[in-house]
Design a protein around this ligand. Structure first.
Ligand code: ADP
Ligand code: ZN
Length: 714
């Protein structure tokens, strides 16, 4: 029997694994499956490894294969379905098997992940041994079977050495077993569901349940998606299976943990995220592997929890870009979850109020089943949305607070109701916008908006990040000839100060990744809001977007256009998502309002959010992508080149890929340019078309970061 093994040790081994032989007589042989941890010789050492593949037939090999030393533990670290997914990741995302495995396993030593062995003894002879202590041990074991070593030592002090000698002399039979799984009792399933589903919710639930394809639950904010998740999780656990609930940001898990802790004992839930310390991560990993956990909640990497009987994966807010890993392996949790669920025979559910274009097009083409929840729970109306045009507004030193927004906040304070203000801090890049025709200044080269930069002496210039072309700032708008060109950036630094100045008595909370370092801080912030101990919450969108705060009746975004300044084909989609999340924060239990301050009041995504017409926006945007040849209508690959000489290397790569493309009929669109935040030291080659992957297979990608289905493309 031959094995492919990826070793833990990097030195002298290769990331895609080495071939070893397993001794046919070895008693461990039947225990070796893909996912088993083994010890193998590597050069002059013995190192740990994971079995990737087992080949029954003996192939002829040119050189002598080394034999594995032993198998660690009784159970493999990962299941067959998980190992299949590991191999898929390496293949699909152009990474080594070791890199793919690193996503699934805590760092070595891997032997520590396995259940510890216990040693037991049974007496084998009746004739008494020599020595007082030895006789005491034999007496203690009389009539008993498989007594753990620890128990004997506890009973007869100082007997450790004696036991060893007795075993050697044949007085005792020694047995090693894997520590039996300590299954916590499963929860009482009748208490699983606190609420009963509304008719609309239960029909959505049944649709999802009876469907083998992945389901996309397209439900407006406040429609009760969480309740549907709860019902499905309850079913999975009742069937003796396990579930994973992915959330885009671990702070948002705080929101739902209490909900699920009502369904099952808290210790059957494991919370996983990247901020866990190494020891905690390992501890949780072992707990899950021992099957003590029924539900894993966490950010994208929670998908790699070693659940052995996975029945359900739910991705909440599936459109969020945090589901894409921006380090190798550069996986997307959605694609990987799809593969894992297929391999494990588990159900995949994606939930969102603003589905990604990727999922939307798959639902439209029938790859996913589409389930809608168009109304809020309890008949609460969606909030009324007011659009304020920033271009015509007077600020009187309070930019970006318009008079209208200030008076709306004042009314809230008077009524003792809460407000949430969104800062859209994503992307420090600025665009040049014409206040007359409301269009951005576009690069003729790439047809994408220019970004405004400032040279060392502060003089602004324009940069086309798709091609690297620079241009001077025009005096007049190229579209309409107006001189009213304005640089639109974030300008968020002074928000809190301005607010305190206008409303000195207001109780203001701030939530961003700087002020919230721990989940405890998030918890306390949520408590303060829920107990009405604060009036205004200012937060960056990534923190505030998913919160369920029942007393908030005003939600406002200060400058909706900040993300639009990014020359990105997904910019409109992201603004749409942001604005919809905004409407989702207000009026969750009583009627509420939303204010959108924007320089582009007529933009498609602003209008769609104001009229709550997400579906039309998605359908229109799919047509735009189809026309322009961008995902999901095309596949995209990004090649990143970093470090000294990045620009020359990128250009050389670009030229040779262009050549190959030309010889094949030129079906793939290819561009080269510096990345927007790379400071000139990071360049990228972008490929898009029906099958750009095909083109890459003939090139050596060493030293180049390959980003399949990139989310960031600027
Ligand atoms: P979504 O995730 O779709 O934005 P939630 O699941 O947070 O919506 O539900 C919104 C609010 O409505 C929550 O406070 C939730 O407890 C409540 N809710 C939803 N469905 C029900 C139900 N069937 N029974 C009782 N309360 C519900
Ligand atoms: Zn203009």
């Amino acid at each position: 029997m031959l094995l492919t093994v990826v070793t833990a040790s990097r030195s002298g081994a290769i990331g895609s694994g080495l071939t070893y032989e397993a001794d046919d007589a070895s008693q461990a042989r039947r225990d070796i499956v893909p996912g088993s941890a083994v010890r193998v010789p590597l050069r002059k050492r013995i190192v740990e490894g994971i079995v990737i593949e087992v080949m029954e037939k003996k192939m002829k090999t040119e050189f002598d294969l080394r034999t594995i030393k032993n198998v660690l533990g009784g159970s493999p670290l990962l299941t067959e379905a998980q190992m299949k997914t590991v191999r898929w990741m390496a293949d699909y995302y152009f990474c080594t098997l070791r890199q793919a495995l690193q996503a699934w396993l805590p760092p070595p030593p891997w032997s520590r992940l396995l259940p510890s062995e216990i040693v037991t003894f049974t007496s084998a002879k009746n004739d008494p041994p020599r020595g007082k202590k030895a006789r005491a041990v034999m007496e203690f074991l009389m009539g008993k079977n498989n007594v753990p070593r620890e128990e004997i030592i506890r009973e007869i002090e100082g007997s450790a050495a004696v036991i060893k000698r007795l075993a050697r002399q044949g007085f005792l039979n020694e047995r090693r077993h894997i520590n039996p799984v300590m299954r916590n009792p499963l929860p009482e399933t009748s208490t699983f569901l606190r609420t009963s589903l509304t008719p609309a919710q239960s029909s959505a639930y049944r649709n999802i349940k009876n469907e083998r394809r992945p389901s996309l639950l397209f439900g407006v904010t406040g429609s009760g998606k969480t309740e549907i998740y709860a019902a499905l999780i309850a079913d999975a656990v009742r069937d003796g299976k396990q579930a994973i609930l992915l959330v885009p940001e671990i702070f948002l898990a705080e929101n739902v943990i209490d909900r699920f802790a009502e369904m099952m004992p808290r210790d059957r839930i494991s919370i996983l995220h990247s901020r866990l310390k190494y020891r905690q991560r390992k501890e949780e990993w072992r707990r899950i592997h021992r099957e003590e956990v029924s539900l894993v909640i966490g950010s994208r990497s929670a998908l790699f929890a070693p659940l052995r009987n996975l029945g359900l994966v739910i991705m909440d807010e599936e459109h969020e870009w945090t589901y894409k890993n921006e380090q190798s392996p550069r996986y997307h949790a959605r694609e990987t979850a799809e593969e894992l669920c297929r391999n494990a025979g588990a159900k995949l559910l994606l939930g969102s109020a603003t589905p990604s274009l990727e999922s939307w097009s798959r639902a439209k083409s029938g790859n996913y089943s589409l389930v809608r929840l168009p109304d809020r729970y309890g008949g609460n109306p969606l909030p009324h949305v007011t659009i304020i045009d920033l271009a015509g507004a007077e600020f009187g030193g309070n930019y970006p607070f318009t008079a209208q927004l200030i008076s709306a906040i004042a009314v809230q304070l008077k009524r003792k109701e809460q407000s949430v203000l969104f800062l859209n801090r994503r992307g420090a890049a600025s665009a040049l916008l014409c206040l007359q025709c409301r269009r951005r200044v576009i690069s003729p080269e790439s047809q994408l908006p220019f970004t405004v930069h400032h040279d060392k002496s502060g003089v602004p210039y324009l940069m086309d990040h798709a091609t690297g072309v620079r241009a001077p700032v025009p005096a007049l708008c190229p579209h309409c000839g107006s001189a009213a060109l304005r640089e639109i950036g974030a300008g968020t630094q002074r928000i809190e100060a301005i607010l305190k100045n206008i409303f000195p008595d207001a109780r203001i909370l701030r939530a961003d990744s700087d002020t919230l370092a721990t989940t405890d801080q998030m918890r306390s912030l949520l408590q303060k809001m829920k107990k009405n101990e604060a009036d205004i919450l200012i937060g960056t969108q990534s923190v505030v977007k998913g919160l369920d705060l029942p007393n908030v009746t005003l939600a406002a975004v200060l400058i909706a256009d900040v993300g639009l300044s990014l020359p990105h084909f997904r910019a409109g989609e992201r603004i749409m998502q942001l604005l919809t999340q905004l409407t989702g924060r207000s009026g969750r239990s009583k009627p509420g309002a939303v204010i959108i301050q924007t320089f582009r009041p007529a933009a498609a995504e602003v209008v769609a959010a104001a009229t709550h017409d997400t579906e039309r926006y998605l359908d229109d945007e799919i047509k735009v992508r189809l026309h322009a040849g961008y995902p999901p209508a095309a596949s995209m690959i990004r090649l990143l080149i970093r470090g000294p000489g990045a620009s020359e290397k990128a250009n050389r790569l670009y030229v040779s890929i262009m050549g190959a493309n030309f010889r094949q009929g030129g079906a793939i669109k290819i561009s080269v340019g510096p990345t927007i935040f790379g400071g000139g030291r990071e360049w990228q080659v972008l490929l898009r078309g029906a099958d750009p992957r095909e083109l890459l297979l003939r090139f050596d990608m060493k030293g180049i970061v390959v980003d399949i289905d990139p989310v960031e493309t600027i």
